[in-house]
Design a protein around this ligand. Structure first.
Ligand code: PGA
Length: 262
């Protein structure tokens, strides 16, 4: 894993956006895996700015989102479909036909999950997967003890995740859908590179477990230790539980010019 630690969520997100932009410029038909939640908002804002002010072109880009709640219609204000169109897609020149978000209202969910996997394969696989981390260590909605070999499927959210996400549902945990469709850990690990973002003290413990703890299914994100090209962009607060934070900063600051891609 490559650790990139910046002072604030904003500076971290701008650095991460540079990496995404570099890929899209080098490979205009890149396949991006995208995430929702509070964490990637500033990354998306910066990508929108790059599109509007620096001509970053998304017209040939294909996207696959990580997850979606089961039982929320697409036009529900808290569906991840609504989130993506509101916070990114409506403000860039993406081709709607190239956007993929799991359908939480699909009549046959297992078939929809299998079709999602097939669509990723048909698109040539994911070049870069944006990820957040749950305070319980989940990645996508792969909750603790998820199989490292898992593919897109139904999952049941933990009580902790329901609690964490209640803020989007008027603070009412009982309004948060208990089930979701999520890419599996195997699906995420197949991405050619991964871009994890985490900000704030509330993520410090999960980040420390992911980066410096043992690889274990109880901390699903820890599997990224096995990924050949995983970058982790975090702010100082999210880095505050890391034992070797000074080393990671030293490595990043000392990167030779030719190696700097973010
Ligand atoms: P958050 O969620 O960005 O809203 O903190 C991250 C996640 O649950 O993966």
């Amino acid at each position: 894993m490559e650790m990139i630690i910046k002072e604030t969520a904003e500076t971290t997100s701008i650095t991460a956006a540079r990496w995404v932009a570099r890929l899209v410029r080098e490979k205009p038909n890149a396949v991006l895996g995208l995430a929702t939640g509070s964490t990637p908002l500033k990354l998306y804002q910066e990508l929108i700015r790059l599109h509007q002010e620096e001509n970053l072109d998304f017209s040939e880009v294909t996207t696959f989102n990580l997850d979606e709640y089961i039982g929320l219609p697409r036009d529900h204000e808290q569906s991840y479909y609504t989130f993506m169109w509101k916070n990114l897609f409506s403000q860039i020149n993406i081709d709607p036909k190239k956007v993929h978000i799991p359908d939480g209202m699909a009549p046959d969910i297992p078939a929809a999950c299998a079709a999602y996997e097939e669509a990723i394969t048909q698109a040539g696989g994911i070049d870069l997967q944006v990820l957040g981390i749950g305070s319980d260590g989940h990645v996508g909605f792969n909750e603790p003890t998820s199989s490292f070999a898992s593919r897109t499927r139904i999952k049941t959210l933990t009580r902790q995740t329901l609690k964490d996400n209640a803020r989007f549902f008027d603070g009412d945990e009982s309004q948060v859908p208990q089930h979701c469709i999520t890419m599996g850990i195997g699906t995420i690990m197949d991405a050619r590179c991964t871009l994890m973002l985490a900000f704030g003290k509330a993520k410090a413990e999960a980040i420390a477990a992911m980066v410096e703890g043992p690889v274990a299914a109880v901390v699903p994100a820890s599997i990224l230790q096995h990924h050949p090209h995983a970058k982790v962009f975090i702010d100082d607060e999210a880095a505050s539980g890391l034992q070797r934070a000074d080393y990671y900063r030293w490595v990043y600051d000392g990167k030779p010019e030719w190696q700097i891609d973010a």
